[in-house]
Design a binder for this molecule. Structure first.
Ligand code: HEC
Length: 136
């Protein structure tokens, strides 16, 4: 591994740990959890065995789109070749079917940046694995 890759991997791992140490970040995570439960959870269960309409979003940050094993994705999502960075997740929340025509996820239009921020903080907090190797 090159020095750069090591630094990149280290800073990626450090983010959630740092986040949970700060009170403001914890408030954002808690708010994001509430919003996620209201806006996303009914289709995105924790357990892949649960009856659910969408793939699990645990460990989503840094994951390649359409790569959760055994989930029957739309061709659009599976062939997109994108990685779920926070910027991509923001665009997806704002206008998923505009961002990726052909997706089978029903339109969610979360345009409020603060709400996006909260949900992103929560998604980062439930990303506990380093996806950098997978998403290459
Ligand atoms: C009505 C059900 C529904 C709701 C509500 C919903 N989703 Fe989805 N989501 C889906 C489906 C179905 C897919 C698979 C789409 C495809 O294959 O094109 C998906 C896919 C995704 C993906 C891609 C995952 C991957 O493995 O590539 C992300 C990220 C995502 N949703 C985030 C969210 C977020 C964040 C919310 C809440 C703001 C949300 N979704 C709300 C049904 C839903």
């Amino acid at each position: 591994m090159t020095r750069f890759a090591l630094i990149a991997a280290a800073s990626f791992c450090a983010l959630p740990a740092f986040a949970s140490d700060t009170t403001f970040e914890q408030v954002k995570i808690d708010a994001g959890k509430t919003l996620f439960e209201a806006e996303c959870r009914r289709c995105h269960a924790v357990e892949p065995t649960d009856a659910s309409y969408g793939p699990p979003l645990e460990n989503i940050v840094g994951r390649g789109a359409g790569t959760y094993e055994d989930y029957d994705y739309s061709i659009a999502l599976e062939a997109s070749g994108i990685v779920w960075t926070t910027a991509a997740l923001r665009a997806w929340m704002e206008d998923n079917d505009g961002f990726m025509p052909g997706t089978k996820m029903r339109h969610v239009g979360i345009e409020d940046r603060t709400v996006q921020d909260f949900i992103l903080s929560y998604l980062v907090s439930i990303t506990t694995q380093d996806n950098s190797a997978i998403s290459k």
